[in-house]
Design a protein. Structure first.
Length: 271
């Protein structure tokens, strides 16, 4: 079935500094190249897992109403914006949106999100337009991966991070870089929420000085996928000068593929 992207993701699952830390790179000459392989590693992960990693909006088209639920692709369904259909004359009608929620229930908990008919409801019986008459617009992805400026990093163990109205909860994972005062805050952490403006970095030990700078990025993508992407990035960087023709798959790429397959969606969407 036809699928078109409406709003692409703003960020990648891994930021440039995170990749440079992983590869032990402290120079800027390769920054453009690294950005390009971050894009390639993201595409590889999405291809194998059949998921979309960072928040994005899609349109999904069907040629007929399903017998049961409307099953949407890509996993990590966040919301359905609308379900519309065209009749045989090409006139479009809205079946579901934020102001008309009586007929469909949205399931964001299943591996593949779905729109489920409410009890007593039926799909429209209108004769449909012959080409892609049913349009479902939806938002999917593990999260936005947006960055936030740190305004405080305490000289305490565990380290307390201050970000006004951070919006995070206990158990969230994030990555900190650019902290020059409290350098021990840099890296990937699981956090514990203290209040709306502060959280602690689980297991962190102060470097002996407080700080007031750095960037925090919540990283919602499954850690197995992130680890697989790091293996792909390491392999691509190490073998950047190798010939592509006749090149055999390395052990790292095999492990990365195995990790991606562990998170692969096996159920198929409608259509």
């Amino acid at each position: 079935m036809k699928r078109t992207i409406v709003t692409p993701p703003v960020y990648y699952p891994l930021v440039l500094q995170q990749v440079k830390d992983h590869l032990n790179i402290d120079y800027t000459n390769d920054d453009s190249y690294l950005q390009s392989i971050i894009a390639a590693a993201t595409e590889r992960a999405e291809q194998v897992t059949r998921r979309r990693l960072i928040t994005q909006t899609w349109k999904f088209f069907l040629n007929r109403w399903p017998w049961g639920d409307i099953i949407l692709p890509y996993g990590q369904l966040q919301s359905v914006t609308h379900v519309k259909y065209k009749d045989s004359d090409g006139d479009q009608t809205t079946f579901y949106d934020s102001s008309n929620t009586d007929d469909l229930l949205i399931d964001t908990d299943s591996e593949l999100g779905r729109a489920v008919l409410a009890v007593g409801s039926t799909y429209p019986t209108t004769t449909l337009y012959p080409v892609n008459p049913i349009e479902i617009q939806f938002v999917c992805g593990y999260g936005a991966n947006a960055s936030q400026a740190i305004t405080g990093a305490s000289d305490a163990s565990p380290i307390v991070i201050t970000i006004t109205a951070h919006g995070h909860t206990t158990g969230d994972e994030g990555y900190i870089y650019g902290a020059t005062g409290q350098t021990a805050a840099n890296g990937r952490w699981i956090i514990t929420k203290v209040n709306d403006n502060t959280f602690t970095l689980n297991g962190s030990i102060s470097a002996g000085a407080a700080g007031t700078n750095g960037t925090f990025i919540k990283q919602p993508v499954d850690p197995l996928i992130i680890h697989g992407m790091k293996l792909v990035l390491g392999d691509m960087h190490e073998h950047r000068e190798d010939q592509v023709v006749g090149m055999t798959q390395t052990a790292n790429l095999k492990v990365a593929t195995d990790l991606f397959i562990m998170k692969k969606l096996h159920e198929r969407p409608s259509g």
